[in-house]
Design a protein around this ligand. Structure first.
Ligand code: DX5
Ligand code: ZN
Length: 246
């Protein structure tokens, strides 16, 4: 499996001091910053948009290669993911991770076959994100089956294949929720089928839950409250990394 990538979620950082919180977290050993974008529609909460991302970008060195240190991993919890690709690229997003459920009709999460001809297909969106010069990620909520991702992951065309998948381990919308171990079989199935895939988990990750997630095969670890609420964030980041790379 690929090496650990630790991506603290700045949703739990001090918003009044966000630039400093971002640079400090990278100094404390984080690989990426996980930036949660919410539109009050796809999820019942609001966070921030491109101007804030652009401001904090100037506090963190850009990655020198794909997936490198300082990657801005933007988790797009928005109803119209295609609409915002260019703006987030301009703001400094490196990895644009959209929700499968937003890219297709909501009913498609249950029966993907019925909607394979939709105009805004995940494949087209991934291709478009790549064209704009970003890495592409695709996320699934707890109600969505992992099998819906096979179509893009098995694509013969590299431009249509995601660079990462995100398996949500809480209902998206808020930090500090309880980890849902019920989602780990999805991670396990994806890891068995795709040994080299970057598989991200998000929600409720911390010292008490990391071992289960790592054993299932996750390698990209998001942690908000567990990192920003810790006395020793560097220690928590190191612990998460060791659990994945052991
Ligand atoms: C929830 C967000 C998460 C959140 C995780 O919708 O996607 O990234 O910040 O927070 P914790 O780690 O506190 O569960
Ligand atoms: Zn997130």
């Amino acid at each position: 499996a690929p090496k650990a990538i630790i991506a603290p979620s700045i949703l739990s950082a001090d918003f009044a001091d966000l630039g400093a919180a971002c640079s400090r977290t990278i100094e404390q050993g984080a690989d990426w910053l996980h930036v949660d974008i919410m539109d009050g529609h796809f999820v019942p909460n609001l966070t921030f948009g491109p101007p804030v991302v652009a401001k904090i970008r100037s506090h963190v060195d850009r990655p020198t290669e794909g997936h490198g240190k300082g990657t801005f991993d933007c988790h797009m919890m928005i109803a119209e993911p295609k609409k915002w690709v260019k703006e987030f690229k301009a703001a400094g997003c490196d990895l644009y991770c959209f929700h499968y459920e937003a890219a297709v009709n909501s009913s498609a999460a249950e029966s993907p076959e019925a909607h394979s001809d939709l105009k805004t297909s995940p494949r087209e969106l991934i291709r478009y994100i790549h064209q704009q010069g970003m890495l592409a990620g695709i996320a699934i909520k707890p109600a969505t089956k992992a099998e819906v991702l096979y179509e893009v992951l098995d694509s013969a065309d590299e431009a249509e294949r995601p660079d990462m998948v995100l398996v949500m381990t809480v209902e998206p919308g808020f930090g500090g929720q309880k980890f849902m171990a019920s989602e780990l079989p999805k991670v396990q199935a994806l890891r068995e089928r795709y040994p080299e895939l970057n598989i991200e988990v998000d929600g409720g990750l911390g010292p008490g839950t990391i071992d289960q997630a790592a054993d299932a095969g996750a390698n990209v670890i998001v942690a908000g409250s567990a990192v920003f609420g810790a006395q020793d964030p560097a220690g928590v980041i190191a612990l998460l990394r060791e659990a994945v790379d052991k």
